[in-house]
Design a protein around this ligand. Sequence first.
Ligand SMILES: *Cc1c(COP(=O)(O)O)cnc(C)c1O
Length: 219
Amino acid sequence: MSVDVAAYTSLKKELEAKGATLVAVSKTKPLEDIRELYDLGQRDFGENYVQELVEKQAQLPADIRWHFIGHLQSNKVKYIAPFVHLIHGVDSEKLLREVSKGAQKAGRSIDVLLQVHIAREETKFGFDAAELDALLEQPETTALPALRLRGLMGMASFSPDPALVRSEFKSLAELFRKGAARFPHFDTLSMGMSADYRIALEEGSTLVRVGSLLFGSRN
Ligand SMILES: *Cc1c(COP(=O)(O)O)cnc(C)c1O
């Protein structure tokens, strides 16, 4: 077992003081580690591979809220649609439509966040600010059936420069506030990971996705 109980306890306190949600990112980690945090009261867990998520979900308590935080391919929506709590990384209109279809087939409604590209790195997925604006202007996409747009998600540059990270989070928070003023369900800003969650909270994050700080580093 490699869960850092002390780190978990102090992080929970820190987040409670800010009213922010902790998603414990359990990708690559064994079921025992998830159970250990579950027994401490943790209910929100994040995974970024569909198959791994589906396997874990089947073997763990039904009241876990599973967050899909990875890059989701349209053809895999159906595997997680019956149970997923929140899909963080919706980064295309096509995927938005697929999630809507999958939710309808599963007979439920699904909450999603739109992923915004805020980092300098080329490899990160997501809409840029102009694309996001354009998307949010289209009633036919924002009003898709069985889909609720809950907010935005983004990842800052992997950089040792806190000023750069802060400025990227600031720009995402600004876009979030604009969205929140227009959409009734827009209440979730998913930003911050082990290395930068404090800066993210200072800039208005409502949900952090923390893995290695709790579970140890991944191979
Ligand atoms: C892995 C991952 C995290 C957690 O990263 P840590 O640095 O281990 O806290 C958060 N968000 C996403 C999208 C991830 O893929």
